[in-house]
Design a protein around this ligand. Structure first.
Ligand SMILES: [Zn+2]
Length: 263
């Protein structure tokens, strides 16, 4: 079981970057929850742990302490950018990052750019707490600029948020070599009240001969229902052997008499 730590930046009294009607903390939380949902639903043997799953404030120190204690295999910290410019996406690893962190950044950055395109500001290094104090390979992603109007407009679109989530999920799956869960084709439920085409004429005949009452042709049969059908067959054969003709009441009476005589 691989453990992925997703850290939604900011939260609570710390909104992060704010602009154009967007708060960084909200985007970070939505993306983080989406990554957990899709990664666990789509891949085997992976568990996603979150610094926060609601709008609460957390110190940076507490975030890395929790991730280190949990023994997470990788950590990704989710943020949005600010500071103007042309906008776009960039990712950070630590200034003295491990080779594993470099690999994680390479894989993740590429997968995210593949999914949502736009301006690629590149793979960068920085002395950020989240990538410095994590014991495991760690990358911080800056998902568009809230203070660039074009980026902010994109962040308001569900399709863009979905692409950011999918990019992270794909990058994590690639880095950890996760196996996708088998998606079973959904077979439409049959209507048990309609006979299958291949059984239609037999069903009609059995019904006409009184072996079934004609309801629920597609339902499973119980032992007691089987007993009723067998007994109906048995009576018909007995009547045949005894040469009994006539209506069902006469046949019943004759059969009872024959059975009584046999005892
Ligand atoms: Zn931030």
């Amino acid at each position: 079981m691989k453990k992925v730590w997703i850290d939604a930046g900011h939260g609570g009294r710390d909104p992060g970057a704010v602009g154009n009607g967007i708060q960084e903390k909200d985007i970070a939380l939505t993306v983080s929850l989406g990554i957990k949902q899709r990664l666990e639903a789509g891949y085997q043997h992976v568990q996603v742990l979150l610094s926060r799953s609601t709008d609460i404030f957390l110190e940076l120190r507490d975030r890395t302490t929790m991730a280190n204690r949990a023994g997470a295999d990788i950590l990704i910290s989710i943020h949005c950018n600010a500071g103007g410019g042309q906008g776009g996406f960039e990712s950070f690893r630590h200034t003295n990052a491990s080779q594993a962190s470099v690999r994680l950044q390479n894989t993740l950055h590429k997968a995210i750019m593949n999914k949502f395109g736009g301006i690629d500001r590149g793979q960068k290094i920085a002395n950020f707490h989240m990538v410095r104090e994590s014991n495991m390979p760690a990358v911080l992603t800056e998902n568009l600029f809230v203070d660039v109007v074009a980026d902010a407009n994109r962040l308001k679109q569900k399709s863009v948020i979905d692409a950011i989530i999918d990019g992270h999920v794909q990058g994590i799956a690639n880095h950890l070599g996760l196996t996708a869960k088998e998606v079973r084709p959904v077979t439409p439920e049959r209507d048990i009240n309609v006979p299958s085409p291949w059984a239609e004429s037999s069903w009609r005949e059995a019904r006409a001969n009184g072996y079934f009452d004609g309801t629920r042709p597609g339902a499973p049969i119980t032992r007691e229902e089987t007993a009723i059908v067998i007994n109906r067959l048995r009576r018909n054969f007995l009547a045949l052997f005894a040469g009994v003709n006539g209506n069902i009441r006469e046949i019943e009476e004759r059969l009872q008499k024959i059975e009584a005589d046999q005892e």
